[in-house]
Design a protein around this ligand. Structure first.
Ligand SMILES: C[S@@+](CC[C@H](N)C(=O)[O-])C[C@H]1O[C@@H](n2cnc3c(N)ncnc32)[C@H](O)[C@@H]1O
Ligand code: SF4
Ligand code: SF4
Length: 334
């Protein structure tokens, strides 16, 4: 059946620190409040009800809220009848073992501690994931994005991962975003299982000094060693290109060509095949409100260097829009 919808309404579920949500939009207009169901009482049933209503409304030609009208994720196409969850996001914000100067949680953690425990008493994911499996609500080729805080510090993570990896008749893909300070062999197991899986480590520096300034921890060498470890694991199944090193350009911190060059050289020396250039886009953290042009200039420099050095490159699709429009609002048309 053909209608206007987005992949998140059709098959998305996002576990955030304070609520389970339908809209996974990364930046731009605000997420629709009605789609955020706090983890209290019968939140699971409420969520299922809200999404079913949203899908039915889309079929009738009604998008759920005005933010959706200008959202780049809306597509007018043939949507299949299988509305099991295919896009699962886990943004738990429970623990982290460092304190990056650009972290979206900085306004909460105030950057005072290197290990923080977040305000997330309700995030208990394992029972919900077990229920989704029992009720056959997960698509057999679902894709999981596991992100902030730090997945290697999340106590439930090993049990969740083991449970998902052993499901018969499934092949789940994962985007596993980690700061790389702690090695976790289950990440390599996930790479072995599905060729969509990536391990993304945000290095953000080419030297231990700058790394320490950004992360408040002196663990640059550990991160590089762990990258090597993951590369060695991935080599066994011919998937070294799934280990990604990332650099987020933060104005007045690491916005230096020499540092970018050093990062690229180190990545090349240790055998990284794929790089991800990025810019700091949670503008309330380091870069309040306004887009800094230096980010755009350096982003393009970084892209050129990555390509000139023969790496594969992955990027967020909305970064070009931010840079072209000089605005973090991705709903503004070019
Ligand atoms: C919130 S982090 C959590 C995962 C993990 N702790 C890490 O830092 O890689 C998820 C991803 O978002 C990126 N990120 C965090 N804050 C950002 C910001 N202000 N602007 C752009 N990317 C950011 C991180 O580099 C990471 O790749
Ligand atoms: S705002 Fe965009 S991503 Fe969120 S529900 Fe609406 S169309 Fe989907
Ligand atoms: S490692 Fe990730 S979660 Fe931790 S402070 Fe840095 S960006 Fe935030």
């Amino acid at each position: 059946m053909s209608y206007k919808c987005c992949k998140y309404i059709h098959g998305g579920i996002a576990f955030r620190h304070d609520a389970v949500s339908l809209c996974n939009k990364l930046c731009g207009t605000k997420r629709y409040e009605k789609f955020n169901i706090p983890y209290t009482g019968n939140f699971y049933e409420k969520f299922i009800e809200v999404r079913e209503e949203a899908i039915e409304n889309c079929k009738k030609g009604i998008l759920p809220h005005e933010g959706c009208l200008s959202c780049p994720y809306v597509e007018d196409k043939e949507w299949d009848d299988d509305t099991r969850f295919r896009e699962i996001e886990i943004t738990h914000w429970v623990h982290c073992n460092c304190s990056c100067c650009y972290c979206a949680m900085l306004p909460v953690t105030k950057g005072k501690k290197t290990i923080f425990k977040m305000n997330s008493p309700y995030v208990v994911l394992l029972p919900v994931i077990k229920r989704l499996l029992k009720e056959n609500r997960l698509h057999p080729n679902a894709f999981f994005s596991i992100t902030g805080g730090e997945l290697t510090m999340l106590k439930e993570f090993p049990d969740i991962m083991k449970l998902l990896l052993k499901q018969p008749g499934t092949s789940y893909g994962f985007c596993l975003q980690t700061n790389g300070m702690k090695y976790e062999k289950l990440l390599s197991k996930a790479i072995e299982k599905d060729n969509r899986t990536t391990i993304v480590i945000s290095v953000d520096a080419g030297s231990p000094e700058l790394f320490k300034l950004i992360k408040k921890r002196d663990t640059f060498k550990d991160v590089i060693n762990n990258l090597k470890h993951y590369l060695k694991d991935a080599k066994k199944c011919g998937r070294e290109d799934k280990i990604v090193s990332k650099y987020i350009i933060v104005p007045n911190v690491n916005d230096k060509k020499e540092e970018i060059d050093k990062w690229i050289k180190i990545c090349k020396d240790i055998g990284i095949k794929t790089l991800q250039p990025s810019i700091e886009f949670c503008s309330q953290v380091v870069n309040p409100g306004t887009f800094k042009e230096s980010q755009g200039v350096l982003y393009h420099y970084m892209k050129n260097q990555i390509q000139a050095n023969g790496f594969k490159m992955i990027t967020y699709d909305f970064l070009e829009t931010i840079i072209n429009n000089k605005s973090f609002d991705i709903t503004i048309k070019n």
